[in-house]
Design a protein around this ligand. Sequence first.
Ligand code: GLA
Length: 389
Amino acid sequence: MKKKLIQQTTEHFEIMFQQKPDYIFLSPGRINIIGEHVDYNDGFVMPAAINKYICFAISKNENSKCTLVAKDLNDTYQFDINDELKPIDTMWANYILGVLQQLKEKGFAMSGFTIVFSSTIPMGAGLSSSAALECGIGYAMNKLFHLGLTKEDIALIGQKAEHTFAGVNCGIMDQFASVFGKKNSVIKLDCNTLEYEYYKADFKKYSLLLLDSNVKHTHLTSGYNVRRQEVELGLSIIKQHFPEVRTFRNCTESMVLELKDTLGETVFKRCHFVVNEIQRVKEAAEALNNSDFKRLGKLMSKTHEGLSKEYEVSCEEIDFLVDAVQHEKTVLGARMMGGGFGGCSINLVKKGSESKLIEKITERYQKAFGIELKAYKVKISKGASLYKN
Ligand code: GLA
């Protein structure tokens, strides 16, 4: 699949521009084992890069003209690198323009270039195709123009691009995973300090299975930003009553419970989820270290309950997929993954039982919603990289 992607992207470049690309880059999507909606709440997260990629074929130009070709969308966008870059109606181009604008603001000089890109990361499935695009461009520009950026710089620039050009006030998890991903390793990231540790992604007799609801998260932008406002409000109220609290990191469940009426129903639920989720990630890291997969699975299912009932970022279809596996003996845990309002569920499943499970759930899902279920068995891979030059 990776080879085919690289081959097709390269061929497309050669057909369009009658030359070979100077560079080929790969930038991966991500999964997240646990720690959802806590990256922007000073929590911990446990993502990993996966073997689904955006492939970029790139050459530098002698002039300042830039041409972007989105092969899969059959769309092209052209501009001059010296133009003032602003968000446009072509959404896919914004992820790229946003990164370039960040680089320009930081004073980096770039000339024109030509890019063809193509992807095996499904869009809107909660696998961070947008972060892969942002970080792939950041990584490529760094190499092309010798900018001297660190991996952390590339991730932070990608995040800023998402804020300014895509309008999603996201945390750092997706971009971090896309850049720092390591083969067969899960990253435990402290979103407050950006310190990280790799954990061996060895699930022994179990594997990770993604079930894609095929519901595209159209409410993500608005719903996501509203959640951020709600928790910010919550934290400011908590701080007034408990001045020792600086972030959700040092806020306890009992503090939130004590302020239940003051916070009001909605803000209380959001904050209650956040403090518990931060705790769960610590327990999950321990469980993974001890190969205690039953415990890990239970924690994942608890996360889903919180995301669905308290943080309210799930949807009917995803709840159905998670409920449907609850009583399956071969499934240790399941939950909604990513920003929510659609996308994928992530399931910790006994190896060898995947096909039967997929068959069963596909049929039930089709009956309930008339939607075709997609399933992905993913491998944990390395972050953004130069494939060849
Ligand atoms: C999206 C955002 C991330 C993170 C997740 C939820 O993927 O881009 O920063 O907040 O949602 O955990």
